[in-house]
Design a protein around this ligand. Structure first.
Ligand code: ADE
Ligand code: ZN
Length: 341
């Protein structure tokens, strides 16, 4: 990775913690917890990562998540990610987790949130990293289960930043989840929704107008609808784009075909994120780097993308400004000032 990309202060806004489970940790947890896996080596695991679409990935991802059982497992998973992200210049991470993937197997939601939150606290202390936690509902499961999940999570409300919607997109429109998102908004939770990865522009409209989405995760297919693009530009709704994910899940055929440059030219707030980096061939730094190479982005354009990521965080304005100032110091090449910015 170039020194410029590595040092560029950035926020990661589209990252599923279960998607950071590296093959070696998966195998170790399988052994530690007595969970049988169909793989016996890292190379066997990696050989399974040939995906043709979102569902072919999700099948492998949910299978691997069965190895996560204890609070320590969730801590180890999360802290490993945070160390990698910090090394890639991530100053702020707003992290998705999928509680239903674990509660369905009998793992208490407190174990999941507790282990992840312990790691976020450790990263604040040891790495100086700022972070937040976003609970995602699985859209392939009924809306009533999402509501029950929200209710059980409210004991941990103080540890949550927001809610999201993920999993198999086509056939599961955002509008189906109107009630649970209304309840989450009433609790003051922020809203980010996966839409337009494989699903039509209509799902992006529903995410905005029915669920109150403040960010759209992916959003690639929004480009098919000029009125929608106009709405996203006028309101500066952030799109958390994931280039290596799009490549691996065949949303685009080649990285050179990725619409990110078009999105920037349209005036959309686009950021670069890693989605499920252990499965898609690279963490956030690699996503910046490979996208830069494929689309011939300049350092100024990369800095603009990092700026978009800071602006799109769910931080209070003053804290956002601290990050933006840090980015300005970096891009203007000035030496860090005495207060550490
Ligand atoms: N869960 C994990 N990664 C996802 C993605 N890219 N889209 C939808 N659900 C997901
Ligand atoms: Zn995602």
């Amino acid at each position: 990775m170039t020194e410029f990309v590595k040092g560029l202060p950035k926020a990661e806004l589209h990252l599923h913690i279960e998607g950071t489970l590296e093959p070696d940790l998966m195998l170790a947890l399988g052994k530690r917890n007595g969970v049988p896996l169909s793989y016996s080596s890292v190379s066997e695991v990696e050989a399974a990562y040939e995906f043709t679409n979102l569902q072919s990935f999700l099948d492998v991802y949910y299978e691997a998540a069965r190895t996560l059982l204890t609070r320590q497992d969730f801590f180890d998973l999360t802290f490993e990610y945070l160390e990698r992200a910090s090394a890639d210049g991530v100053a702020r991470a707003e992290i998705f987790f999928d509680p239903q993937t674990h509660t369905e197997r009998g793992v208490p939601i407190g174990t999941v949130i507790g282990g992840i939150s312990d790691a976020l606290d450790a990263a604040t202390e040891r790495l100086g990293m700022s972070s937040g936690l976003i609970l995602c509902f699985l859209r392939h499961l009924p809306a009533a289960q999402a509501m029950a999940t929200l209710e059980s999570a409210l004991s941990y409300r103080h540890l949550l930043l927001g809610v999201g919607l993920d999993s198999s997109e086509v056939g599961h429109p955002p509008g189906d989840f109107a009630d649970v998102f209304a309840a989450a908004r009433d609790e003051g939770l922020r809203v980010a929704v996966h839409a337009g990865e494989e699903g039509p522009p209509q799902y992006v409209w529903e995410a905005l107008d029915i669920l109150g989405a403040e960010r759209i995760d992916h959003g690639n297919r929004a480009l098919e609808d000029a009125a929608l693009v106009n709405r996203l530009v006028v309101d500066q709704v952030p799109l958390t784009v994931c280039p290596l994910s799009n490549l691996k899940l065949q949303v685009v055929r080649r990285l050179e075909d990725h619409p990110l440059r078009d999105m920037l030219q349209l005036g959309l707030n686009v950021s670069i994120n890693s989605d499920d980096p252990s499965y898609f061939g690279g963490y956030i730094g690699a996503n910046y780097e490979r996208t830069q190479a494929a689309l011939e982005l300049s350092d100024e354009e990369l800095a603009g993308i990092a700026r978009n990521s800071m602006k799109a965080t769910f931080l209070p304005e003053e804290e956002k400004q601290v990050l933006l100032d840090r980015l300005d110091v970096y891009t203007s090449g000035r030496r860090p000032v005495a207060n550490g910015l």
